[in-house]
Design a protein around this ligand. Structure first.
Ligand code: FES
Length: 117
């Protein structure tokens, strides 16, 4: 699925970038800017930013569930991402995606309980 039509970035591109970013020691928080830079792309209109945040959040959950990336590292990054997304359209997209999956994290995401202090 295309996430960014300006830079032509797919959800698969984001997943691949996350694997590479989260595999590094002292990995940075994988914000859309970090992920796009890793892919050697730039945002143009920023219209995809909320969808990019939601995709990054969900891909980290998938990577943690499959054991490809350390679940603790993913949970920590997801918490920080939620804190950054609090009150934005990206947060609403994440909450909707979690609700549709019936995830037990739904209520935690809704109240940002996963975000570290
Ligand atoms: S849709 Fe991603 S920068 Fe325009």
């Amino acid at each position: 699925m295309i996430i960014c039509s300006c830079a032509v970035i797919t959800d698969h591109d984001i997943e691949r970038a996350l694997l590479e970013i989260l595999d590094k020691p002292n990995a940075p928080l994988p914000t859309p800017g970090v992920v796009y830079k890793h892919l050697e792309k730039k945002m143009v209109c920023c219209g995809c930013s909320a969808l990019a945040v939601e995709t990054i959040y969900n891909k980290m959950e998938k990577l943690a569930e499959t054991g490809v990336v350390c679940p603790y590292a993913c949970a920590c990054a997801q918490g920080r991402l939620l804190k950054c997304a609090d009150g934005t359209h990206a947060m609403r997209l994440i909450e909707t995606a979690l609700a549709n999956r019936g995830s037990p994290r739904r209520s935690a995401a809704a109240t940002s309980e996963l975000a570290p202090a």
